[in-house]
Design a protein around this ligand. Structure first.
Ligand code: GSH
Length: 198
């Protein structure tokens, strides 16, 4: 049995969306987290070692980190077609986008948001110009980031663009991309499950 540890309107919302795309049955355990406005707080019921979300429990095994959970869930549901399988020529690009999101995109946009600048950060991660360039290059060549088929990579990137539009490159092409992703019925169903709890 799968249980998603979830706080509405947070990084775990994208996992609710992915579950809807996969048609995967999963219990949702709602937890509190500290919010930017000072509300909320860590939840004793959250098994995440840092009391963050998302976290996934599968028959007692704990998985944390959004992209690990994305990979874990798409592996469990290969027939859903949201991730190229081992042996598919697109598999390398797909895994690269996922790892690059966690390892580079999130740090780069966090540094930008916090206005933190240092030559060693640029050396390690490159910067916003390189992030934007890679996304625009892919979307200039195909409908979605890994090709013309929607994939779990698009759940990750479009959810970022939906919550924080300026974290993706400006312009019509990215507007159109985010819209195409969030116009999907699975996204609308996920948003119904993602409403703040009273
Ligand atoms: N790298 C983690 C980041 C998770 C994360 O920072 N989640 C935020 C919600 S958007 C959180 O749980 N914050 C609560 C806290 O910092 O205590 C992932 O992608 O899963």
């Amino acid at each position: 049995m799968l249980t998603l540890i979830h706080a509405p309107q947070s990084r775990s919302s994208r996992i609710v969306w992915l579950l809807e795309e996969l048609g995967a049955p999963c219990d949702i355990r709602y937890v509190t987290i500290p919010r930017m406005d000072g509300s909320g707080g860590p939840d004793a019921d959250n098994p995440h070692p840092d009391k963050k979300v998302p976290a996934l429990l599968h028959d007692g095994a704990l998985v944390t980190e959004s992209v690990a959970i994305v990979q874990y869930l798409t592996d469990l549901h290969p027939k859903a077609g949201l991730a190229p399988l081992a042996g598919d020529p697109k598999r390398g690009a797909y895994l690269t986008w996922l790892a690059w999101y966690a390892g580079v995109v999130e740090p780069v946009i966090t540094h930008e948001f916090l206005k933190i600048d240092h030559p060693n950060l640029e050396r390690t991660f490159r910067g916003r110009k390189e992030v934007d360039g890679r996304i625009l290059d892919a979307l200039g060549r195909h409908a979605f980031l890994v090709g013309d088929d929607f994939s779990a990579v698009d759940v990750v990137f479009a959810s970022l663009g939906h919550w924080f539009r300026s974290a993706l490159p400006a312009g019509d092409r990215v507007d159109e991309y985010v819209k195409a992703c969030i116009d999907r019925p699975a996204f609308r169903r996920a948003m119904e499950r993602d409403k703040p709890r009273a």
